[in-house]
Write a protein that binds this ligand. Sequence first.
Ligand SMILES: Cc1ncc(COP(=O)(O)O)c(C=O)c1O
Length: 347
Amino acid sequence: MSVVSPSPASLSPDAVTANFEEEYEASVNPQWVRLLRLLQMNVRYARCAGVELFTGDGNRVLDFLSGYCVHNLGHNHPAILQAIKDELDRCGPAMLQSHVPERAGELATRLCQSAGGNLTKVFFCSSGSEGIEAAIKFARAHTRRNGLLYTEGAFHGLTCGALSLMGDAFWKTDFGPLLPETDQIRFNHLSDLEEKLKTRNYAVFFVEPIQGEGGIRASSAEYLKQARELCERYGTLLVFDEVQTGFCRTGPFLAAHHYSVNAHGRPGKSDERRPHPERCCAHAGRYLQIGLRLLQAVLDSYFHVLRKRPRDASRIGCSRYARARETGRARHHSRRLHAPETARGTG
Ligand SMILES: Cc1ncc(COP(=O)(O)O)c(C=O)c1O
């Protein structure tokens, strides 16, 4: 068997067909191309590095969007690229459910340790919406209840289950009927939460510690703490959706850590029929959507960069650094950015 590697030429920008926009319009999404043109955003990028995007005609664009929170370490971080290249050169296995992935267990352990508390299991999936779907299923199976509770302004994803938990009707119109027995309460209102939880109908309460799409609205410190206590009291599981806040994007590993609330707490007396919120709280984090094999490969580099190189990370941190560069204050700024906590915050 011979191994065929793609020739660099086939991957170069020159290999892109001249009418790639028309092809995209015809075969993918014409509205999207129209919108990008309208917003003057249909720029062709030749190279992306860190927070900078370089166009073919020599312009440099600062990326304040960060792929809607996907580029947690900036574009094409050299350490991440090297780890991916090494893994590809190794020609290792990339199979589904046919062997125990070599480093997935280690990755899961490190994620649990970083999340803190009593989290002991990780469910790997490829999008935030999938994480929410899994949380719905786990919670319903575990509590044997149907009800799903979410907050006004929530954004949890675009699959049918996740859509059922979206605060804004805009996202749901034309896609119904969605999941039954879902209820919305006001964000940051404990009385609303307790009133619903008292019915003991709810399997799970989904909340973003800091709402992203809802307008960067942060929970009050009291809200998350009390929400957790109330959920424990009424046997409802508490899920923190941290897909948007990601890993270290707000400073600590998870945004919930700002509030000293995480999926921890001493397990109560063992009663397997009752939910253990401290074991079942879930955090969903989206960072590198490149599949488990490559995710494993970049494991060390990712954690290293996340911890040691705050300047490279995240829309919030990057944006501030980028702004400082533009105003000639980069050296001063980079001295101040010696810890992620100084670069970011809850808002
Ligand atoms: C808070 C939150 N949850 C879930 C999702 C859905 O994630 P995905 O687009 O990866 O399915 C998003 C997407 O932006 C989000 O912001």
